[in-house]
Write a protein that binds this ligand. Structure first.
Ligand SMILES: *[C@@H]1O[C@H](CO)[C@@H](O)[C@H](O)[C@H]1NC(C)=O
Ligand SMILES: *[C@@H]1O[C@H](CO)[C@@H](O)[C@H](O)[C@H]1NC(C)=O
Ligand SMILES: *[C@@H]1O[C@H](CO)[C@@H](O)[C@H](O)[C@H]1NC(C)=O
Ligand SMILES: *[C@@H]1O[C@H](CO)[C@@H](O)[C@H](O)[C@H]1NC(C)=O
Length: 616
């Protein structure tokens, strides 16, 4: 082999090294144009260090799409000991796109791996973080240009394209994911950060900063809302505070907790954009833990009904949370005339023993409420078939009602349905609409309800003879959805097809009541596991029922019963027929859980709601 052939052979084994800048490595799109290449004589200022590497800042770049930062990955102690924050260094390394998990929905992060030939050129240089909101304000509406459809990031069909396959040039002034990507590996400061959720199991938490935010609610969180152009916002202006680079531990947080300025490095990991703070953030203010009780009280007027709606998260007769749930109903919801409950488990809780009756669970709750108030609730539910309705295995969760018998009674002479009986509206012997099975279930054998809770419907009478129809729902969950900042665009909203079909069967049922009595008093309430901003799911209710928040004119930012990731959101809804809506409605969400001072102090993941409705 002659020398030329030898060199050609070696160049296959050892790729050529090239001299480039950090900007060349980052490029203006998602993935590095130099991935797989070994670069040499790369220079940068060390802005931060951790036990798994350090972060470099390159020369200023005119193009806002191009990050000046670069992560250098190494756990080699001799290299980590060689570099210090404030050093300007030159080095050789391999440009890589690194995925922090095996989930292909996670994006990759650009990294320099296997650093070598490190030369410290100068030391003690000033390190100045970029001030977010001042130098660069984050966009506040969309996450990605790939979220096409009338509902933005909530559009169907989802998962139509992938960020890393399309690899478009970034649009950081318009889209949140592009914005954070354009700052990848840069040292930034968030002024006056406010936590917008509790911490997750890794002690990480979402914050908003001192810049224009959309959807800001009175507690300090960011609610899902529609933007001025009618498209739902995704609250892309926020970021997760990850584990501090110096090994210190983040404090426990809650919605609305305020911190001193946080400085850290922007990275992508585990499906989201993070700021890794140089050290643990300092709390400067904690919100008042007092939760006011509802102002909507039960009154001695047959025509005015107060209802409560509460997902009590896997309640059993022996739940440690039962006493607190009773306290919420008695002292915060002020014992509404009718409670719509979800996630009532059977008498043996999650033990998978064939027991499906929940009469002990409901009687124990009723007794506990009575001990705190002067209200002894009756209760009604309909036991499911064993293990057929989803939820915690063996728990047989179901919707149920507590009701004040002084205000409401089940229409006399009714036949209660079994788990497979489909109830239907009919004209009863008194000439009024009633149900063939009462209490009953809507179309329980329809595939839309497979492995999911079937809606519990009841026809009620007041002592003065007013009839009321209620539908208590707990739709299939979002478990298995993809990250809002992941590869799949629009993000995968798990269960959405089934939820859409479930709402359609409920809408058909409502339509069949209204066909018999257009002035019927109908209340549909419960845990829909969906926000109204996902309009496709609720489409079949358009023109049939009105959402009480909308009808009551509740400030859109205060419409939330749940906090997940970056969003305060409304999964629990109350809809009413036009007969009720036109008489005027009131509703309040009582934040006994999402205003908790700590995650562990929460009783349920949902907040309850109370509404006052007129049925005469
Ligand atoms: C950098 O500053 C530190 C502290 O001020 C000093 O001890 C050190 O000698 C300086 N290093 C160099 C290379 O100037
Ligand atoms: C999204 O689509 C990709 C194909 O592009 C597929 O491999 C993946 O399983 C889909 N994700 C989900 C959660 O459906
Ligand atoms: C529950 O139902 C069973 C069977 O009908 C009955 O024997 C029991 O007394 C009930 N318990 C309560 C607390 O209502
Ligand atoms: C229950 O009623 C009694 C007698 O009317 C009254 O003294 C008491 O304050 C009431 N308790 C509650 C919790 O409403």
């Amino acid at each position: 082999m002659n020398t030329l052939r030898l060199l050609q052979f070696l160049s296959i084994l050892v790729p050529p090294t090239i001299a480039v800048t950090i900007a060349d490595i980052q490029g203006n799109a998602w993935k590095s144009p130099l991935v797989g290449q070994t670069v040499q004589s790369l220079t940068g200022l060390v802005t931060a260090k951790s036990s798994s590497g350090f972060y470099l800042l390159g020369d200023p770049v005119d193009d806002v799409r191009v990050s000046r930062g670069l992560t250098v990955f190494t756990r080699t102690a001799s290299i980590l000991n060689q570099v210090h924050v404030g050093d300007t260094v030159s080095l050789t390394g391999l440009v890589s796109e690194f995925r922090s998990s095996s989930d292909p929905d996670d994006l990759t992060a650009t990294e320099l791996q296997s650093p070598s030939n490190i030369v410290v050129i100068s030391s003690n240089n000033t390190v100045t973080p970029l001030i977010l909101g001042v130098e660069r304000p984050p966009p506040t509406q969309g996450l990605s240009s790939l979220d096409i459809g009338q509902d933005g990031w909530l559009s169907v069909p989802s998962n139509q394209s992938r960020v890393d396959s399309v690899n478009l040039p970034l649009q950081p002034n318009i889209y949140g994911m592009d914005f954070w990507s354009s700052l990848e590996s840069q040292l930034v400061t968030i002024r006056n950060p406010i936590a917008i959720n509790f911490e997750n199991s890794f002690g990480e938490f979402w914050v908003r900063g001192d810049w224009p935010n959309t959807g800001e609610n009175g507690r300090g969180g960011l609610s899902l809302t529609f933007a001025d152009d009618g498209v739902p916002t995704s609250n892309p202006e926020v970021i997760i505070v990850g584990s501090p680079l110096d090994g210190t531990k983040n404090p426990h947080v809650c919605v609305g907790k305020a911190f001193a300025d946080i400085t850290g490095v922007v990275v992508y990991q585990f499906g989201f954009y993070y700021i890794l703070p140089t050290t643990a953030p300092t709390i400067v203010a904690t919100p008042d833990p007092t939760v006011p009780a509802t102002s909507l009280t039960s009154i001695q007027d047959d025509c005015v009904i107060t209802i409560g709606d509460y997902n009590v998260e896997n309640l059993t007769p022996t739940s440690s949370s039962l006493k607190t749930v009773a306290t919420h109903i008695a002292n915060f919801l002020l014992t509404p005339d009718l409670m719509f409950l979800q996630e009532i488990q059977d008498n043996s809780g999650a033990t998978d023993d064939g027991i499906v009756s929940a009469n002990v669970t409901l009687a124990t709750l009723s007794t506990s409420v009575a001990s705190l108030s002067n209200v002894t609730y009756n209760f009604v539910d309909l036991a499911p078939q064993n293990d057929q309705d989803g939820g915690q295995p063996g728990g047989n969760i179901r919707p149920a009602y507590l009701y004040r018998s002084t205000k409401l009674s089940i229409v006399t002479g009714s036949t209660p349905g079994g788990p497979l009986d489909a109830t239907q509206p009919v004209i009863g012997s008194d000439g009024k609409v009633t149900f063939t099975f009462n209490p009953g279930r809507i179309d329980p054998t329809n595939v839309a309800w497979d492995s999911s809770r079937k809606p519990l419907v009841v026809a009620w009478d007041t002592p003065s003879g007013q009839r009321l129809f209620t539908i208590n729902v707990h739709l299939v969950s979002k478990l298995g959805s993809s990250s809002t900042q992941g590869n799949s665009r629009p993000p995968v909203n798990a269960g959405i097809d089934q939820r859409t079909n479930q709402v359609e069967t409920v809408a058909n049922f409502v339509r069949s009541i209204l066909a018999l009595d257009p002035e019927a008093n109908i209340i549909l309430a419960g845990d829909f596991n969906e926000y109204v901003q996902t309009r496709s799911v609720f489409k079949s209710l358009d023109g049939l029922l009105v959402e009480v928040d909308e009808n009551s004119g509740v400030d859109p930012v205060e419409r939330y019963t749940y906090v997940f990731d970056q969003n305060s959101e409304q999964l629990d809804h109350i809809f009413v027929s036009s007969a009720i809506a036109k008489r005027g409605t009131k509703v309040e969400h009582v934040h006994v859980n999402n205003w908790s001072p700590t995650l562990s102090a929460r009783t349920s993941d949902h907040d309850p709601s109370v509404a006052q409705l007129s049925i005469c």
